[in-house]
Structures are given as structure tokens and as C-alpha cells.
Design a protein around this ligand. Structure first.
Ligand code: CP
Length: 318
């Protein structure tokens, strides 16, 4: 495929799924599908982003997102640089804007950013004159590539997204994963039910057409996809539920509770898992779990996003 023929996203940055159209999401999923073949090759490399400099700017810990972006960049032949806030001039007081402008002065083409502040990727996109910004998770706002890899995993296993009933369990209020999934799944035509303690569900959610329940069995009943979220202890002020033991008793997904689910229902989780809290190990590691498929799909999705936003170029994969 020549650069001129490369399908494009109608945007410079990927900051969230809220404003992504069905056509854009479908393009990313289909492009990711075509990259899966590259991931299975003995030599997992295409020259699509040869000559592009990409910086992974991580101000928060990450295992899956950071490693899969780095693998995706290397497989696309980009030159990858990793920035860790604790080993940078941020510790000397340099601002996010100055950090970004200095990085751009080094002719960086693309910045992948994770930050604890909601809106940090949007702010960066306003500071940078030329570079592309990809949101790798910002505060409790969005995690768009996680939402996309989840959509791809659902499509892989269920053959479609439209018309499915997806149950999202847990800490909806503090979850950027929930927010990106809700936007993406709605755009792709799924119906949504969320379940958790009232203190962890935004009060205005029901008005947007999302079904809300506080009874786990009610959410699981008839669901095609059961998506457990991590309880985010680091984002809570405390006191939103009595204890982890109480949370696990009322909202933890166990083999007994999975008996209420459809036989073909799949179980998902973005990781890292609090085993024995939101998911019993027998469910996390059981036959319905597609959690590791989500991780593998993270590479294909991040390849697709980087490829489409950075102009693609010659894939030479024929
Ligand atoms: N799902 C997710 O974002 O995991 P990491 O925090 O390990 O990147």
C-alpha cells in the first residue's frame, strides 16, 4: 500500500473515543485485524513508520499499555524513545508544556502520553505545533486504545458488536477504561448495563441510556460480555465502600455467579487484576476468560492507531 492510498483517520490526535465515529472505529479495528498477521510472523516487522520518532511519555505506572505501544512502534520500524517522569527534569520542576515543547524541538513526530491528570493529552495537543498525540490513559477521563482493543476482542469472539448486551462491573466513576468502553460500545451499537455500589456509579449515567443496577446477578443475567473493572484504590479518597471483603462478597465475579451468564458469555478485564476482589482466580483463568487475548490485541490496535495517525507509508507486507 502506498502512502497516497493509506486510509486516514479524520483527525490529527487520538484523545478519546467520545468523538470517534462508527466509521473511524471500524477503520481502526479493520486495520488492526490486518496487522495481526504481522504479529504472527517469525520476523515481526514492517517498514511503515521507518524514520518516525515516537516518544512514550509516561507519568504513571503501566505494564500492558507501555510495553504494547513500544512493541507496536518497533514492529512498525519507528524509532522509539521512552520517557519516565521520575528520571527526567520533571523532578526539577519542569512543566508539562516545557517538557513537550523541548521534546518537539528534538523533531519528535508522535507523543504517546499517560498522565494522572484528566485532560493532559488535550493540553499537550494544544502545546505541540506538529507532533501527533495519542492518549495512553488520562486520569479518570479516557483510555481510548484500551477501549479499542476491547472492541476488537469482543468482535473476534462474538463475531459482532452491534446488538450485544455488555455488563460493566465495578468502579465506573473512577474508571477511564469504563468511559472509553461506554463511548465505543454505544457508537458500535451494543447495549450497556453497569453494576456496582451506588457510590461508584455516576448519578447522571442512567439519563444517557445506560442501564444501571446494583445487583450483580441482574447485570450478568443475559449478558454476552461480562467486563470487570479494577477497584482503583489509588484514585479513591476512601470510604466509598465498607471494605474490599464486602465489595468482593457483593460484586466479585465467582464461578457460582457465572452460572447466571449465557453459556457463550465471555469475561474481560483491563488488568491489573485484584484477584479475589473483582474477579475470582477461577474465573480470571477459566475457559470464558479472554483477558490475555485483550493483551495480545493491544499490540495490533496500537499498531493500527500509530499507523493511521502517522501517515502510514509503505507497508511492504505482501
Ligand atoms: N490496562 C492497562 O492500562 O494496564 P496498564 O496500566 O498496565 O498499562
Amino acid at each position: 500500500m502506498n502512502a497516497d492510498e493509506t486510509p486516514r483517520l479524520n483527525r490529527r490526535h487520538l484523545l478519546g473515543l467520545e468523538d470517534c465515529s462508527r466509521e473511524e472505529i471500524r477503520l481502526i479495528l479493520d486495520t488492526a485485524d490486518s496487522f495481526k498477521e504481522v504479529i504472527e510472523r517469525p520476523i515481526r516487522k514492517v517498514p511503515a513508520l521507518r524514520g518516525k520518532n515516537i516518544v512514550n511519555l509516561f507519568f504513571e505506572p503501566s505494564t500492558r499499555t507501555r510495553l504494547s505501544f513500544e512493541i507496536a512502534e518497533k514492529q512498525l520500524s519507528a524509532d522509539t524513545l521512552n520517557f519516565t517522569a521520575s528520571a527526567s527534569s520533571v523532578v526539577k520542576g519542569e512543566t508539562l508544556r516545557d517538557t513537550a515543547r523541548n521534546i518537539e524541538a528534538m523533531k519528535v513526530d508522535c507523543v504517546v502520553v499517560r498522565h494522572s491528570a484528566s485532560g493532559a493529552p488535550l493540553f499537550l495537543s494544544q502545546c505541540l505545533e506538529r507532533a501527533v498525540v495519542v492518549n495512553a490513559g488520562d486520569g479518570a477521563h479516557e483510555h481510548p486504545t484500551q477501549g479499542l482493543l476491547d472492541l476488537l476482542t469482543i468482535r473476534d469472539h462474538m463475531g459482532r458488536i452491534e446488538g450485544l448486551r455488555v455488563a460493566i462491573m465495578g468502579d465506573i466513576t473512577h474508571s477511564r477504561v469504563a468511559r472509553s468502553n461506554i463511548w465505543g460500545l454505544r457508537t458500535m451499537g451494543a447495549s450497556l448495563v453497569v453494576c456496582g455500589p451506588p457510590t461508584l456509579i455516576p448519578p447522571d449515567l442512567e439519563a444517557t441510556g445506560v442501564e444501571v443496577t446494583h445487583r450483580l446477578e441482574e447485570a450478568i443475567d443475559g449478558a454476552d460480555v461480562i467486563y470487570a473493572l479494577r477497584i482503583q484504590l489509588e484514585r479513591q479518597q476512601g470510604g466509598l465502600f465498607p471494605s474490599l471483603r464486602e465489595y468482593a462478597r457483593l460484586f466479585g465475579i465467582t464461578p457460582e455467579r457465572m452460572a447466571h451468564a449465557k453459556p457463550e458469555a465471555i469475561v474481560m478485564h483491563p488488568g491489573p487484576i485484584n484477584r479475589g476482589v473483582e474477579l475470582d482466580s477461577a474465573v480470571a483463568d477459566g475457559s470464558r476468560s479472554v483477558i490475555l487475548d485483550q493483551v495480545t490485541n493491544g499490540i495490533a490496535i496500537r499498531m493500527a492507531v500509530l499507523y493511521l495517525l502517522n501517515g502510514g507509508g509503505e507497508r511492504e507486507d505482501a
